[in-house]
Design a protein around this ligand. Structure first.
Ligand SMILES: Cc1cc2nc3c(=O)[nH]c(=O)nc-3n(C[C@H](O)[C@H](O)[C@H](O)COP(=O)(O)OP(=O)(O)OC[C@H]3O[C@@H](n4cnc5c(N)ncnc54)[C@H](O)[C@@H]3O)c2cc1C
Length: 365
């Protein structure tokens, strides 16, 4: 439980109650009951054995049909109407582009604003706001980052087993650090560690100002398994064997090809210098560069490219035990539309499952 909450930096505590009622084990059991075989991979991540998301979708559709749930597709919800009563607002109907459907209970689960091609265009925010709900600032999260320099020649390069740190240069403070995989793209950086880091950057104080002033640095330790001294010993040994080579041709064993010219330039050492002419200070500079390769972050990619949306319907206006609105009786929320967001690793899907389950049960439990 606390592990789940820890992985939801955006208002994780709001989810205690609903995660207690519907956990990751429950959804796995549900899938198994529906005949889906699952497998567990590195990092306790669970997938259908077939590796097909479609199989999970089909299983949900099958279950809805078994329960005689009427599914409408190709119809857009435009508005939710509520009656003003003595006890406050009470849900009345849902207006789509084709019809008005009377309802005394409605779950609004229109997702966030990211990846609009998947259908989540942010409509739900307007619908909820018209009913009096507060929408906190919508921002991209789990999103690739743009950089000021250095990455163009590196695009397509994927690094495994590196340590990354995001640094606030103004305060000399580590905002986030991680170990694992990252990727260089035509605009900057992406990959699991970067996406997770973005979730911290997005909510870091004065981030826009810091980015504008070139004060957010991505520091990469390209050789985290070796201490400074051990890496120096290793380079010394390599150099012994490559004495007559030029510097630029001496790093093949240490680095991927694409990275070599960039690192060489970063050290400031003449790329054509003979290895046996490299000074101790120059070698130390090389070790420093490999341990602390720095790139300045320019900003976030647009929300359309973010895996999830940070922000949404404020949790203050939702009952955490039932997911019912505190403003409109009979209106419930589930999933990414709520102002909660987690890291990569299935936590956002679990948020959708747990809140969806609780909203579905509502006050009938
Ligand atoms: C590329 C990508 C990869 C991801 N990978 C992971 C992952 O590995 N693990 C993880 O945990 N999470 C992942 N996520 C995030 C996860 O998919 C979402 O957090 C989750 O799907 C949110 O569920 P939801 O039901 O709230 O919203 P959504 O899944 O976005 O569903 C919202 C639905 O509402 C419909 N809708 C919107 N507006 C209207 C309207 N006006 N009328 C009618 N229907 C409407 C949309 O068409 C859509 O079907 C990923 C997201 C993306 C984009």
């Amino acid at each position: 439980m606390s592990n789940f909450i820890k992985n939801v930096p955006g208002n994780g505590k709001f989810l205690y109650s609903c995660f207690e009622k519907y956990t990751n084990k429950d959804i796995v059991q549900f899938l198994k009951n529906q005949g889906i075989s699952v497998k567990e991979e590195r990092g306790n991540r669970v997938f259908p054995v077939t590796d097909k998301a479609q199989d999970v979708l089909n299983c949900f559709i099958k279950r809805l049909k078994q329960l005689n749930v009427h599914i409408l597709t190709g119809e857009k919800v435009e508005k939710i109407n509520a009656n003003d009563t003595e006890c406050g607002k009470v849900i009345k109907s849902v207006k789509t582009n084709k019809q008005i459907i009377l309802a005394d209970k409605v779950i609004l689960a229109t997702g966030g604003k990211s990846y609009p091609t998947t259908g989540s265009t942010g409509d739900g925010y307007n619908i909820a706001s018209e009913l009096g709900h507060t929408i906190t600032k919508i921002k991209p999260s789990l999103v690739p980052l743009e950089t000021f320099d250095k990455t163009e020649e590196l695009q397509g390069l994927s690094l495994k087993n590196v340590k990354i740190q995001f640094i606030d240069k103004e305060k000399d403070k580590i905002i986030y650090e991680d170990f694992g995989e990252m990727l260089f793209t035509h605009f900057g950086v992406s990959g699991p560690t970067i996406l997770s880091g973005s979730a911290h950057l997005v909510r870091y104080k004065n981030i826009e100002e810091l980015l504008k002033n070139h004060n957010i640095i991505l520091r990469i330790d390209l050789k985290p398994a070796l201490s400074f001294e051990k890496l120096d010993d290793r380079i010394l040994r390599d150099f012994e064997q490559e004495k007559n080579k030029q510097f630029k041709n001496s790093l093949d064993k240490l680095l991927p090809q694409k990275l070599i010219p960039v690192i060489v330039k970063e050290t400031g050492i003449n790329s054509k210098k003979q290895i046996n002419e490299i000074t101790k200070n120059e070698r130390i500079k090389l070790v420093q560069t490999l341990k602390t390769f720095e790139i300045t972050i320019r900003g976030f990619r647009p929300i359309e490219e973010a895996i999830i949306t940070s922000g949404g319907i404020t949790t203050k206006e939702i009952n955490p035990k039932t997911m019912e609105s505190k403003i409109v009786k009979g209106l419930y929320f589930a999933g990414e539309i709520i102002d909660v967001d987690g890291y990569t690793g299935g936590f956002n899907l679990q948020i959708a499952y747990s809140t969806g389950y609780v909203a579905g049960k509502g006050e009938f439990e």
